[in-house]
Design a protein around this ligand. Sequence first.
Ligand code: GLC
Length: 450
Amino acid sequence: MFKRTQLLFALVLLSFSPVFAQKMIGTETDAQKQKRMEWWTDDRFGMFIHWGLYSGAARHEWVKHNEKIDNAGYQKYFDQFNPDLFDPQKWARQAKAAGMKYAVLTTKHHEGFCLFDSKFTDYKAPNTKAKRDLVREYVNAFRGQGLKVGFYYSLLDWHHPDYTIDEIHPQSPKDKSDASYAALNKNRDIAKYRQYMRNQITELLTKYGKIDILWLDFSFPRKDGHGKGKDEWGSVELLKLIRKLQPGIIVDNRLNLEEYKDGADFETPEQVSTAELAKYRGKTWETCQTFSGSWGYYRDENTWKTHRQLLDLLITSTSNGGNLILNVGPTARGEFDYRATNALDSLSRWMHANNQSIYNCTFAPDSYKIPEGTKLTYNKVNGRLYVHLFDYPKDGKLTLPGYNGKIKYAQFLNDHSELLSKTDGQNVELTLPVKKPNYEIPVIELTLVN
Ligand code: GLC
């Protein structure tokens, strides 16, 4: 009797615990999800591309919000848009050379402008001087070069006449009173906008072949009703539709479906520091990061990350079991500017020599201590441990603490040159050349004893 009461009590407790309380939208099991996402977790590195009318303003993709510009005031960017240097083959080649395996392009950002030929709006690239569907060309180019293809689609829309004015809309009322919102929204109908979104996402997921990733952005629910979240977007129904149209697709976590276990495929820590990435270990995630401070092309933004910072992001993401998607904001003419190109070129050089420490890798088992001044990644399929030398030892000696008996062979990854070692019966000491190999962060490949 006592036992049965105990069991009942335990069951009640369990049903309140987050693991069991989480609702499901579909029926996919954990194993099925893992399989569906395998290519993505193996590939680790992607390219984000933010391109739109804001590229012409060249002062942040939120310029319409930041400067409270209305549709009439923003029209000049539409009239002016003329991407005469747009060459997505070149974009794809640059992404591929940098070691990126997938890409995600803004088909529509918060400004509402569509790079694709949607039959539900006139506010689109074919009606500008570009005169064509730019998304189609992107898809063909990237797919043609063997990269996986993703779409970013903004849930927000600061151009659509039925998109209700909320707290972050460029025309949000200064006094923030309910009455002002009501007056502004008198003729707006969010249900119509919701349908518009569904129509456009349907176009994107039916007219361009297999789409690998859908990056929806973003939710900001507010108790006072002046935000937007799952109810405004119709998120549950939307996600069902997406999964029906593209069963293999990978969807981000910005639909505000946190209460559902399968409401998202991955987490999206945005512009976080490398130190913060450790807390995502064990989850499925992708950190999105800019080269500089803005996503859209920002001519006068000068806080560009260094080559070392970019490598640190890539290595630290992998060493915590996550992905990195690095953003390029092409110019209004449709090119990656010289700063982005330089950054990609440096990554290309490093990835050419060292990409095996990234692809198919994750965090190392706890039984391998992290040698001082390094970060580890681990390929469990071939039993290799990769030691990234953030601080190159000045005396040419690297101690691997407690590694005696664990290593079969040690070499630099970039040129497969052997690294000799000795042991004191517990630690292993590698002898490295005093002159650092010509890579910002050289990598040692250890073949482990299995
Ligand atoms: C934010 C911004 C947006 C950018 C996105 C990328 O949500 O609104 O401009 O596209 O982050 O993660």
